[in-house]
Each structure stands twice: as C-alpha cells, then as structure tokens.
Design a protein around this ligand. Structure first.
Ligand code: TEU
Ligand code: CA
Length: 542
C-alpha cells in the first residue's frame, strides 16, 4: 500500500471539506428557505476555493423540529429543498466539477413522524414497537434519570410506557438492538451510495448502542451525560457490521460526530485496522470556551495549542484526525477565536484559516467561514430559532434561576443560531440570500460583511488549500509546537524527515517578535517584516 510518513495514503486524508447547511445557503425560489437549486447555483463559489468534498447537512423529508436532524423519510428530499431530481442534478454537477459529496446520516434517532414511529406508538403489539426503545416507568416516574441533551427528561410517556429520546421528544431513539432496525439503516445507506454519494457524516453515532440495563446516571455524570451515552456495549460491533454490510463495496469516507467521546476512546473508533469509521469529530477545540456547566467561559491560547499536541501524541499512524472550528452547531469562527471588529475581521479570520489548513487532520470548513461571517447580535429571546435555546429559556429563565440578561449574554457566546443565519452573498436586501423573507433573520452586518467585500479572505482560503494540496508535509507531516507556552504566538512545524514547514500565527493585535526562516510560501500581509504584525499568519519552508 502507498504510504507517506508511515500513514496509508487516502483521498479523504488529503481532502478539504466544505459544509453546507442547505436551509441557510441560497434560496432559489423566493420562499425564504435555502434549497438544492440554490446550492447548485453557487457551485462555482465553492469550487473556486479548491475544496474537494461537500458535506450537505440533512436534506431529507423532515417536520423540522431540529432543522432536518429529525428525519421523517430517509429516502425522500425535504420538499422545501426541492425534489429527488434536484438532488440528482446537484450530485451530478458536484462530480462533474471534480468534487465529492457526503451526506448526513442521522440514525441514532428519527422523527416521531416517521412511519416506523407512527406504528410503534400504536401499542406494545405493533410489529414496529421494537424499532424504538419503550420501557415501563417507575410508578409515575420515567424508567431512569437520563436527561435529554436538549434538557429535561430523556423519556416521554405514552400510555403505560415511556419512549427514549436522547434529544428532543420529537426525536425518538431507534432501537439498534433490533436487527431489523440495523438492516433498515444499511439499506438506506446503500440507497444513497447507489446514487453515487461518496460517504457520510454520521450524527451522534456513538450514542447508538444503549446499555440494556438502563441504569441511572451517577451524580457526576448528570451535567454532561453525553460521556455516558457514548459507552454503550455494542457500539463497535454495530460500526463493524455497518462497514461490512453497507460501506465495504464502495469507496467512501465516513466521519462520525463523536460528541461525548474522549481522546482515549478515539482509536477504538478510527484505528484503520478495526474497520469502523475513517474519522471522527473530536469536540475539544469547540468546547474550549465551555465551563463544567456548559456555559461560556474565557479561554487562552496555550490551552488551544495543547489540544493539537495532545492529538499528535494520542493518535498513532493508524488513526487520522479531523480539524474544525465551526459547523452548524457552533458560533462563528471569527467572533469566537479571532477579532470580528472591522479592523481585524479579515486578518484574524485568515489566521484561523491558516491554522485549519496547515495543521494535522482533514480540515472541515463551514459555509460563511470564507467570507468571515460573524455572530448575530441577539437582543431578545424571540430572535432565536433553535429548539435547544428555547428549552434553555424555559428551564433557566422562566424558572427564575437565571436573569434574561445573563441568558442573552451566554447565548450571544454559544448559540447554535449564529451559524444558521443566512449566507451573506452581497449587500442586496437580506444579503442576497433570498428575494423573499428569510426563515431566520440575516445578520445586520451584511452590508459590510458579504462575499463581495471579503475577497481577501476567500483568496487566502484558496491559496492555503492549493498549498496543502501541493505539499505532502502539510497533510502527512508530523506536528510539533515550537513554543507551547507563548500567550499570543502559535508557531508549529509540519515535517517529514525534518523537511517541511514552520507555520507562525500571531493570535493577537499587537506585534510579536519571532525568528522565522526567510522562505515564505504564504503570508496574509503584502510584505515581510522582522516581527509578526497584528493577526499575521506566515507559512515558511524549512
Ligand atoms: O449534534 C449533537 C449535539 O448534541 C450537538 O448539538 C452538541 O450538543 C453541540 O454541538 C455542543 O456544542 C447533532 C447535530 O449536529 C445537531 O445539529 C442536532 O441537533 C443533534 O445532533 C441531534 O440530531
Ligand atoms: Ca427556497
């Protein structure tokens, strides 16, 4: 097998992935909702970055309790997004443009409006009863103390029994213990693979196996139950079966959303000799600003840098990491890790782009990163769409435990809706996203922040992606942090047998002295100075 620096060479290790949240990307018909024709109309914008793979967030028929992460029919396209013919046309155009498409596999749970659940809830004798997880309560109390990630009990009562939902009550968990359920999943995977999709991003996949004892969470597990929900006894058996039964005949890439998986557990999911997943998303970079209670907390650069060193040490050459700072569940990169003031917005977003694209692991960028979109300035609870935020409002504010000011302060830091406001294509009304009324308000900064004003950032992405594609050391090279304790500089090497690059990032607005080689292959400043200037990014050949 072809190897480089001890790694097996794979197309998905060398790829850069661009995530689309279709609802908010581009609306082609003026109904205020992004759609597949809209995506098709913007393929040149994506292709121009040089990305290799598009990941499409759920495009399936759904009542949208959680914007498509609650699927009613796994084989149908969401009506607002178009028809199957639009999906086929999009897939064909993506392949013609030399890119690949991965889709979202959301099979820990379905919608409660899925026909399986409509049957299942009819009663204990229904043939679909065992497609979901029903248990008797403890008197009038739920079967155990498990809580939903979206707050409140993870069980809802219907008749004498309760059904399990680790997310919203409209997202009942599928019963993977039932072989019929597993066959259904393999079957629907083959349905999309036979159409030609190139793989899957798997939603909360480590939650699929449940310990059948359904024991109570211990007191110290309750604040972050995700770490308990990923330890089901048959997880690895199910993933190996999925690889054999569904994926094996196809040339795919898979990436599991590993919410609640520790770094120690990671090789069990991605070691290539085990035949489970190709990659997972590890949550440490995006949880750097979350406290033990899940609320926002300040973070420091040395903490962020340590994550990269930890990954390098924990994952051997049979494992392949991912890098991401954004997705549809997170605030905007530039507001969170950079400086979204007019003076530094582009430069600091370029620094984060440089980190994303020159460190170890397959990089995942999210729509709007390339134009430096910022967090939305939320001022009132009615502005939020996310069901999680609405649940938090009820649980925290309506109960009197938190003031609305404190709630808004925190949500302005952490809300998932920051990522979900529509793409800002131009300074036309609603940022050029729609000719109608957008389903979620466009960020009011669209006049200054849009695809037309942010070319310098888009170009930096394109140059960095081209560089990564040209230089094997930026993909397969070892990672070494040169100054782990420096509070403002992130300076690291990417080398194979001592040859490669040093990347220097100034994560501050002030000049920072730094000794670097003179052979500069990327810079976000027009000239080279002895010190690194505010939010300067430089890549030098060693
Ligand atoms: O996310 C899992 C999930 O729990 C995240 O929302 C996580 O809590 C958050 O990123 C922490 O900051 C997946 C999807 O990505 C999300 O959009 C869905 O709402 C959820 O599963 C349920 O399907
Ligand atoms: Ca539309």
């Amino acid at each position: 097998m072809d190897t480089l620096n001890g790694y097996s060479r794979r197309w998905w290790k060398e790829a850069v992935v661009y995530q689309i949240y279709p609802r908010s990307f581009c609306d082609s018909n003026g109904d205020g909702i992004g759609d597949l024709r809209g995506v098709l109309s913007k393929l040149e914008h994506i292709k121009g970055l040089g990305v290799d793979v598009i990941w499409l967030s759920p495009h399936f028929d759904s009542p949208n309790a959680d914007n498509g992460y609650d699927i009613r029919d796994y084989r149908a396209v969401m009506a607002e997004f178009g028809a199957m013919a639009d999906f086929d046309a999009l897939l064909c155009a993506i392949h013609t443009a030399g890119m690949k498409l991965i889709i979202d596999l959301v099979v820990n749970h379905s919608s409660d409006e899925h026909v399986w659940f409509a049957e299942s809830r009819k009663g204990p004798d229904n043939p679909y009863r065992d497609y979901y997880i029903w248990r008797p309560g403890r008197g009038n109390e739920p079967p155990n103390n498990w809580t939903s990630i979206f707050l409140g009990p993870a069980w809802t009562r219907e008749g004498d029994d309760w059904y399990l939902h680790l997310f919203a009550s409209k997202q009942p968990d599928l019963n993977w213990e039932n072989p019929k359920v597993r066959h259904e999943v393999h079957d629907l995977m083959r349905f999309w693979l036979d159409k030609g999709v190139d793989g899957f991003r798997m939603d909360v996949i480590p939650f699929i196996s449940k310990d059948q004892e359904f024991k109570d969470l211990l007191a110290d597990q309750c604040a972050k139950p995700q770490f308990a929900y990923t330890t089901g006894p048959k997880l690895h058996e199910y993933l190996q079966e999925m690889r054999r039964e569904a994926l094996a005949p196809y040339d795919t890439m898979t990436v599991g959303e590993a919410f609640g998986v520790t770094l120690d557990q990671t090789p069990l999911l991605i070691d290539e000799r085990r035949g489970e997943l190709d990659m997972i998303f590890q949550f440490d970079t995006v949880e750097i600003d979350r406290g033990a209670d899940g609320r926002w907390k300040p973070w420091t650069l040395p903490e962020l840098k340590r994550i990269f060193t930890r990954h390098e040490a924990a994952l051997d050459k049979h494992c392949w990491p991912t890098v991401f700072f954004s997705n549809h569940d997170n605030p905007r990169v530039v507001s969170r890790y950079g400086d979204d003031s007019p003076q530094w917005r582009i430069k600091s977003a370029q620094v984060m782009a440089t980190l994303l694209l020159t460190t170890k692991g397959t990089p995942f960028m999210y729509q709007g990163d390339e134009i430096g979109m910022t967090n939305f300035p939320f001022t009132a609870p009615e502005q939020f769409d996310d069901l999680w935020t609405k649940a938090a409002w009820r649980e925290e504010v309506e109960s009197g435990r938190t003031t609305s000011e404190a709630f808004l302060f925190n949500q302005n830091k952490v809300s998932r809706d920051h990522a979900r406001t529509p793409m800002q294509w131009s300074d036309a009304p609603h940022g050029g996203f729609t000719s109608g009324t957008p389903w979620l308000a466009v960020n009011p900064d669209y006049v200054e922040v849009n695809a037309r004003t942010s070319g310098a950032l888009y170009d930096a992405f394109a140059r960095l992606i081209a560089l990564r594609h040209a230089e094997a050391a930026l993909v397969y090279g070892d990672f070494r942090d040169r100054m782990p304790d420096h509070p403002h500089l992130f300076v690291y090497e990417r080398t194979i047998d001592g040859k490669g690059f040093v990347v220097a990032l100034n994560v501050s607005a002030e000049d920072q002295a730094c000794d670097l080689p003179g052979d500069v292959v990327f810079s976000n400043y027009g000239d080279i100075s002895p010190a690194l200037r505010g939010w300067e990014a430089r890549v030098c050949r060693l």
